[in-house]
Design a protein around this ligand. Structure first.
Ligand code: URA
Length: 202
């Protein structure tokens, strides 16, 4: 059994949040264990909760379309979420839930060692670019400790707001070039620690 599969078993036993009681399935993540690109969404929705797999509903179908634009299939990347259980009524994740789940995500990142982490939507962005506005930083990247962090709008946002569809597609199309340059990209200057404390300002 791979270290990642063992981690999934640990995640499946997690009861840190109230929502764990109501889940049908936990949704740890899936994809290539040695993926160069890791996508991080927000939280499982109804379809994901039923199947125990990330991005399998309408937003997932659009994500598959976006991946096809850069000639990738979901099996070639890794897909996870900020939180692993479905928030009741599909409400937004709570700061405490994000905190409780953060350790799982960090361990997934350590095992996969992606070259690029693509945050999908504001909640995922808030982990890596706290206090920033997605409308300002989508489509931009920053390298820290050897990983390139790249921000995109959530595919579901583009389904609800037609005007974002082309924006999301254009941001997706930048990924192959980013991957090619990831090794030579200079590290960003780290923000002072005091400015990083505000991780859940969304
Ligand atoms: N939206 C997400 O953020 N994650 C999923 O897995 C599905 C929809």
């Amino acid at each position: 059994m791979s270290a990642l599969s063992e981690l999934y078993e640990e995640i499946a036993r997690c009861q840190k949040c109230e929502i764990a009681k109501y889940r049908t399935r936990v949704v740890p993540g899936e994809g290539a264990e040695d993926a160069d690109i890791m996508f991080i969404g927000e939280a499982p929705g109804w379809h994901e909760d039923q199947q125990g797999r990330p991005f399998v509903g309408p937003a997932g179908q659009f994500l598959d379309e976006l991946l096809a634009l850069i000639n990738l299939k979901r099996q070639q990347v890794y897909i996870a979420n900020v939180i692993k259980c479905r928030p009741l009524g599909n409400r937004d994740p709570l700061p405490q839930e994000m905190l409780n789940c953060r350790g799982w995500l960090e361990r997934q990142i350590e095992l996969i060692c992606p070259k690029i982490i693509v945050s999908l939507g504001r909640y995922s962005m808030a982990l890596y670019f706290p206090g920033k506005s997605i409308s300002k930083i989508h489509g931009t990247a920053e390298k820290r400790d050897g990983i390139v962090y790249y921000t995109m709008y959530h595919p579901a946002a583009a389904l609800h707001q037609q005007s974002l569809r082309e924006v999301v597609k254009a941001d997706m199309r930048k990924i192959p070039e980013l991957l090619a340059q990831a090794g030579s990209m200079p590290e960003a200057k780290q923000e002072p620690a005091t400015q990083q404390l505000n991780m859940f300002e969304i």
